[in-house]
Design a binder for this molecule. Structure first.
Ligand SMILES: [Zn+2]
Length: 191
């Protein structure tokens, strides 16, 4: 279990925009297992999150909405131009040495990131079949470290794990993942 972020942090979550970062893209496919390509899955989930948030009246900015490559520091720079925002990056995981690893992971940097990660964790456990296996503090991940707004990188499941991978190939499952991300974001927002 990760450290608990103080509940008082919620007062600082008065964002009106969510910057959605679909991982990888273009020349960088991300991980590929069983013909499932991370960059395509990530963009699909990101677009579903965008649709879900807009339906709830929350503004969104997409780092990419096509199959294009964007440098990591460029992603952080783009995010830092958006006032009153939080940052959510969408990825899929792989472990070519441990094919038993499964479940989503929330990667964060700093207490505000942890606060958001915990809300996403709860939403995944409630709404997504593969659940959330852990929260991971990442001190050197560029998109988390260089982003001024609260930021979480969601690893939506293991493409190396047969069942996770198969689930991630289903549009119904990716919609459930997107719904969980939207629910977690809404739960983090200051009331
Ligand atoms: Zn990735």
């Amino acid at each position: 279990m990760a450290l608990a972020a103080p509940a008082s942090l919620q007062a600082q979550f008065r964002f009106n925009t969510v910057v959605i970062d679909a991982g990888h893209g273009g020349k960088d496919p991300g991980t590929i297992w069983y013909h499932r390509v991370e960059k395509h899955l990530a963009l699909d989930v990101a677009k579903r999150v965008e649709t879900g948030l807009r339906a709830m009246g929350i503004k969104t900015v997409m780092i990419r909405r096509t199959d294009t490559f964007v440098e990591l520091d460029q992603r952080a720079r783009l995010a830092n131009k958006v006032p009153s925002s939080i940052f959510v990056s969408v990825h899929f995981n792989a472990d070519g040495k441990d094919f038993g690893k499964n479940g989503a992971e929330m990667h964060y940097y700093g207490p505000k990131g942890l606060y958001l990660a915990q809300r996403l964790n709860t939403a995944f456990d409630k709404n997504v079949k593969l659940g959330c296996r852990m929260l991971v503090q990442r001190k050197r991940l560029v998109v988390l470290r260089e982003t001024k707004a609260p930021a979480v990188l969601v690893e939506c499941g293991y493409l190396t794990h047969r069942t996770n991978s198969w689930l991630c190939s289903l549009t119904t499952h990716r919609q459930a993942v997107a719904n969980a991300i939207v629910a977690g974001i809404l739960a983090s927002r200051a009331k």
